[in-house]
Write a protein that binds this ligand. Structure first.
Ligand code: IVH
Length: 679
């Protein structure tokens, strides 16, 4: 039966509309229609294709994946897919330019295309007459595998190129990856479905492109950025890579928005530094920058060595994942007696620092990892995030009896020998309470810390010494210390002892939120302390508050209310508070008025890195002043706090004319609000 012309026209139009919205959504990050409208277009197209037998390989309906394959076909690359030489220092980058200039026998300035080195999987896409014909992995560089069935499911890769002047045959190369947000979504889906967690975005993407069953690949929000062009027939492309990127973009292919054209190697170095500063804020993982001679004719002139081109170089950033060995697992006792397993590692340089310990959080985490002492593991440290063991890569063998040790919670507290009790499903606690020296030390360290009483000079090592030497046993004792006692301690001179006594005295003039936080009540962090202080205004009212009264405080639920009540109904805690007041600790009484919510009705967005404060603490403080904190910038945003590495959110704020402040201005704002509220 011939297909009615009207139907064919509708099918063509639907395909065009769907690809247009795909491009807006995935390549330009500027969707125009809601997801539900997009789905409706796709459903209608599916229905028509089925009814009239109109399925074609380039139809957007084919992105869900077809029947599984049994094997991969081999693909021989017409031009080998090379790898890149590496540089780790500025000097190595300068040497790279010197080699180029020498070979070209010229000293004229060279333009470079600088791009993020995306940590994903290399792919070659072949478009014939604008239609995606074949996609292949890099393989050994000469021969790869045909992964067309999987690549068709990736929505940011056009099945059909748009625009004119597309060569008859063009091979485009690039990196397929899973974005950080996409990875988080996939893992939270896995958690809610009770299936296995993925280790990192790169491995997930690599596994996905090598799936025989494309329906599984289709479930992951994979993306791609193009970085070069291979074979071309029946057409011409621009003569500079930076211009080729513009052409690829105009044909609907995704190119990296962080690319830049740099003149001379020093400009490339500056690019690398700014990219490194932005690393955390990017939605895709990178392991460096790629510096390429922009002029394609010069590239040709320079040619390649056996495996690497002379016109390009990878400038590598510190790896965020490394393997190392777990030497031991020890148990640490926290401020509230919680016993936490900590892995002692063979020191390893990862994410720019040397890591020799990492918390394992709880016994569940150990079980999830299947970890034993002696195992080789992958340690990850991205940005300022605390390092984490993500996977056991080589378990110690059953036969190496001497080293293989399973990890057990000790029956007695490693600090005081009191029995260890179970608290809930996965937590364990020392039963001794404040008589346990570890708990005592931790609570004193917390009391003196920056966000609490902020006693400058009273660091962790000094607290250990003071407790071990019997000079203090609780936080009130700090205020009885004198310079002579202190001067006798390790690494303490008369001068630093006097300074410390002065700092201790200074800390007596504090604020109620700081004092409440310093007490170390379970689950009362800075934000809750601030909320309690602004709600009750003075400590006496708080001491008398019922659980109902406590639950009336914004963001305090029954569990936290119970912890607060338990703390204040304990006689020794009350005695400690009185002792501290007698020692001279004081704070202004807060007026519980509307001025304590000066940011009500405003919405803040935090973007980029905050260097002097914890992002979560910043967020909590804003909330305590009544502000809303949003994840994205819109017309409703009142102010954007932009730190180094701020990207698209900052661009959007500028575009919408929204107030942007840096971290220094932000800190000043918080301080002036605190002062105004008398906190
Ligand atoms: S250019 C001859 N550009 O890094 C030039 N590669 O060893 C070949 N990669 O496997 C690559 N981002 O998959 C280039 N912007 C980028 C890249 C990039 C990631 C990967 C690529 C290759 C490896 C280089």
């Amino acid at each position: 039966m011939p297909v009615p012309e009207k139907i064919q026209r509708e099918v063509d139009s639907l395909r065009q509309q769907i690809e247009h919205h795909n491009r807006l959504y995935h390549t330009l990050d500027a969707p125009e229609i809601p997801d539900a409208d997009y789905d409706a277009l796709l459903i209608r197209l599916e229905q028509l294709e089925q009814e009239y037998g109109l399925q074609t390989p380039d139809s957007p309906t084919q992105r869900v994946g077809g029947a599984p394959l049994t094997t991969f076909k081999q693909v021989t690359h017409a031009q080998p897919m090379l790898s890149l030489g590496k540089a780790f220092t500025a000097k190595e980058l300068e040497d790279f330019e010197a080699r180029i200039k020498k070979r070209l026998e010229s000293d004229t300035e060279i333009g470079y295309s600088c791009e993020p080195k995306v940590d994903g999987v290399a792919v070659s896409l072949l478009y014939r007459n604008g239609i995606l014909e074949r996609a292949a992995t890099r393989g050994d560089g000469e021969t790869g595998e045909d992964i067309t069935h999987n690549v068709r499911t990736i929505r940011s890769i056009p099945l059909k190129l748009i625009g004119d002047r597309v060569p008859d045959l063009i091979e485009v190369r690039g990196e397929i990856f899973l974005g950080k947000r996409g990875f988080a979504t996939v893992n939270s889906r896995a958690a809610s479905e009770g299936t296995k967690q993925f280790v990192n975005p790169r491995n997930t993407a690599a596994g996905a492109v090598r799936q025989l069953n494309a329906r599984l690949t289709a479930q992951l929000p994979l993306e791609m950025y193009c970085y070069s062009v291979g074979v071309i027939e029946g057409g011409k492309i621009a003569s500079r890579l930076s211009e080729v990127f513009e052409e690829l973009k105009s044909w609907g292919l995704p190119v990296n928005p962080e690319r830049a054209l740099c003149k001379g190697i020093q400009a490339c170095l500056a690019y690398c530094e700014s990219l490194l500063a932005k690393r955390d804020a990017l939605d895709f993982e990178i392991d460096g920058a790629v510096i390429k001679v922009d002029d394609l004719l010069l590239q040709k002139q320079l040619g390649s060595n056996a495996r690497t081109p002379r016109w390009a170089l990878a400038y590598k950033f510190p790896a965020e994942e490394k393997s190392t060995e777990v030497l031991d697992v020890e148990f640490q006792v926290g401020r509230t007696g919680t016993i936490t397993p900590v892995a002692r590692l063979q020191p390893v340089f990862v994410g720019g620092v040397t890591i020799s310990n990492t918390t394992l959080h709880n016994m569940d985490e150990i079980a999830r990892l299947g970890l034993r002492i002696g195992d080789t593991v992958i340690v990850r440290r991205a940005g300022d995030v605390i390092p984490k063991i993500v996977k056991v890569i080589r378990a110690v063998t059953e036969t190496s009896k001497t080293r293989r040790k399973s990890i057990k919670v000790p029956a007695t507290c490693p600090a005081c020998g009191s029995p260890v009790e179970r608290d809930g499903e996965v937590l364990y606690r020392c039963s001794a309470g404040i008589i346990c020296p570890a708990q005592r030390k931790e609570s004193i360290k917390h009391f003196a810390s920056r966000s609490a009483l902020d006693i400058e000079g009273l660091g962790d090592k000094l607290v250990d010494q003071l407790v071990d030497n019997g000079l203090i046993s609780n936080v009130a004792d700090i205020f009885n210390l004198n310079a002579e006692q202190l001067a006798g301690l390790d690494r303490m001179g008369a001068k630093s002892a006097t300074k410390l006594v002065a700092a201790i005295n200074k800390s007596k003039q504090t604020t109620l939120p700081r004092f409440l936080y310093a007490l170390g009540i379970r689950e009362v962090g800075e934000a809750t302390a601030l909320a309690l202080a602004t709600h009750f205004g003075e400590i006496e009212k708080l001491l008398l508050a019922s659980t109902e009264a406590l639950e009336a405080v914004p963001d305090i639920g029954p569990v936290v209310a119970q912890h607060i009540q338990t703390f204040f109904s304990n006689k020794s805690n009350l005695a400690l508070i009185r002792q501290l007041q007698q020692a001279g600790l004081s704070w202004p009484i807060l007026e519980v008025t509307a001025t304590t919510k000066p940011l009500a009705d405003s919405t803040f967005v935090l973007t980029g890195t905050l260097e002097t404060m914890d992002r979560n603490a910043a967020k909590q403080q804003l909330i305590a002043f009544g502000a809303k904190v949003a994840g994205s910038v819109s017309k409703k945003t009142s102010c954007v706090v932009a730190g180094p590495g701020a990207g698209s959110k900052l661009d959007k704020a500028i575009e919408l004319g929204i107030k942007v402040i840096d971290e220094a201005e932000f800190t000043a704002l918080l301080e002036s609000l605190s002062e105004a509220a008398g906190k």
